[in-house]
Design a protein around this ligand. Structure first.
Ligand SMILES: [Zn+2]
Length: 500
């Protein structure tokens, strides 16, 4: 269902011909006083409501290696412009959506999506950065917040619903989707398109970010240019990005003028970029035909006489072998990828978290749990910032029955990452194997609450209260948590009444 748009801004397909919604719609208050825009905290809350639904969508790629890569990458860009986090200082979240259209988009509050097709089409990190930095530019300049204007707290849930409907219709060429949205949706749609001024401003900020983060600023011109030539050919590529970001000669001239005076610099890409691109091919079309098509590309990569392409090709073939449950073949191919990566003088010191992820999964799947533990332990130490690898480490400890260690580790993780529902799910699993029913259901309640399902969270608390091992102390704990959640629930109930 998710979106075929950029910056939240592609015209609704079915009505595109009828109404020229494109980019001439002025922002209501661009440059006006901040009082007329959504406050950063409200904007974030709106984004969270939208993300709650997107995370449930089957095309949302809840894929740990991809999320790790995109968030490291995005934070590298943000480091060049910390003020983009706004006065609320929120954490950005970068994610991928399975979608064959070339696109990327920003939601309110610093949530930035990249389509799988765009990840595959980008040929360097600088090209990917040019699109992501442009989206960060929209957030930094508060384009979305100004566009939506001031909204009352109780309008947020209906507004989130309307934005989701627009996102859904955009990826659905079926005309009935447009009818479903109705005239109100079209009005919102119109409002959600950025003006030319806003696009130019996002280009300007995007280029600054590219430069300051050490990427090749020419990446913006080459990537846009390639998308444009793809759209003029007979290719079935759909560069939706260009439809929402019309590449006027003016815009290109602007970008070229800006990069003219910048010194050319070469950016050494992280090998994980090519690995994630290889991974995207399998995730985008996860069928046996898709695996065959991807394998042809991986084999072609092996012929390119480039170390990085060899690593990516071997990794891709290992991934396909894993999908086909050919574990021994997959492990051998992965070993080839590692050997290739370690040859020469690799920037990552010959290691890659993406290869480690696959290694852990393969070892577990082929019954080599002890080896999986050693690899997961080494990997989480090599990549201490990777939350995904930390989750895997707990998984493998549980798989080999080292329950107490897993528990101690997860409790630390829960302190470190208080808003991560996955840690709570893993804790619940450990407590369940230990027969600790109260703690199991308390952890599940936390997980549901963090995912925004308050009613399910309260159901879990009720189960916790009546668990046979509930002590007096536990019941007090459950009561206190229930009171917190009830306050939140009443607040949201009041909001959602406006939806009716
Ligand atoms: Zn834009």
């Amino acid at each position: 269902m998710v979106a075929a748009i950029v910056c939240f801004a592609l015209p609704l397909q079915p009505v595109r011909a009828a109404a020229n919604l494109n980019d001439d719609v002025r922002l209501p208050s661009l440059g006006d006083s901040e009082r007329e825009s959504l406050s950063p905290l409200t904007e974030r809350k709106l984004g969270e409501y939208i993300m709650r639904d997107i995370r449930r969508d089957r095309d949302y790629l809840d894929d740990a290696p991809t999320l790790d890569y995109l968030n490291n990458f995005g934070n590298q860009l943000l480091a060049a412009r910390p003020e983009a986090r706004g006065e609320a200082g929120y954490d950005f979240f970068f994610f991928a959506v399975r979608d064959p259209m070339l696109n990327a988009f920003a939601l309110p509050g610093g949530f930035i999506a990249v389509h799988s097709a765009l990840l595959i089409a980008a040929q360097s990190e600088s090209e990917l950065a040019s699109v992501v930095a442009h989206e960060i530019g929209h957030v930094a300049q508060r384009h979305i917040a100004r566009m939506l204007g001031q909204q009352k707290q109780d309008m947020l849930i209906p507004l989130a619903g309307a934005i989701l409907a627009v996102l859904a219709a955009r990826s659905n060429t079926d005309a009935s989707a447009a009818l479903l949205i109705g005239s109100q949706g079209v009005a919102l749609q119109r409002q959600l398109n950025f003006s030319r001024d806003a696009e130019r401003e996002a280009d300007r900020i995007g280029l600054q970010i590219l430069r300051d983060a050490g990427f090749e600023t020419a990446g913006m011109v080459t990537f846009f240019g390639r998308m444009q030539s793809a759209s003029s050919g007979y290719s079935d590529y759909l560069p939706a990005y260009l439809r929402s970001h019309p590449l006027t000669t003016e815009r290109i001239a602007d970008i070229e003028a800006r990069i003219r005076d910048l010194r050319y610099r070469q950016h050494a890409d992280n090998v994980d970029f090519q690995l994630i691109r290889a991974r995207m091919r399998v995730l985008q079309d996860d069928t046996s035909q898709g695996w065959r098509d991807a394998s042809d590309i991986y084999r072609a990569q092996l012929l390119q006489q480039s170390r990085t392409q060899t690593v990516a090709g071997k990794y891709g073939l290992a991934l396909v072998a894993f999908r086909r449950s050919e574990f021994a073949t997959a492990l051998a191919l992965l070993q080839d990828a590692r050997t290739a990566l370690r040859s020469g003088a690799p920037r990552n010191g010959g290691e890659s978290s993406v290869l480690d992820y696959l290694g852990i999964e393969l070892l577990l799947a082929s019954g080599k749990a002890t080896e999986a533990v050693s690899l997961a332990d080494a990997a989480r130490k090599r990549f201490p910032l990777s939350r995904g690898l930390a989750r895997r480490y707990a998984d493998v400890l549980l798989a080999v029955g080292r329950t107490d260690e897993a528990l101690a580790y997860l409790r630390d993780q829960a302190q470190l990452y208080r808003t991560d529902p996955d840690v709570q799910d893993q804790l619940a699993k450990v407590y369940s194997t230990q027969g600790k029913r109260v703690l199991q259901h308390l952890a599940l309640a936390e997980s549901y609450a963090l995912r925004g399902s308050l009613q399910a969270a309260m159901d879990q608390l009720r189960i916790a209260r009546t668990a046979p091992d509930a002590t007096f102390y536990d019941q007090a704990l459950v009561d206190a948590r229930e009171r917190d959640l009830e306050v939140r629930w009443k607040e949201e109930l009041a909001n959602s009444k406006r939806e009716k």
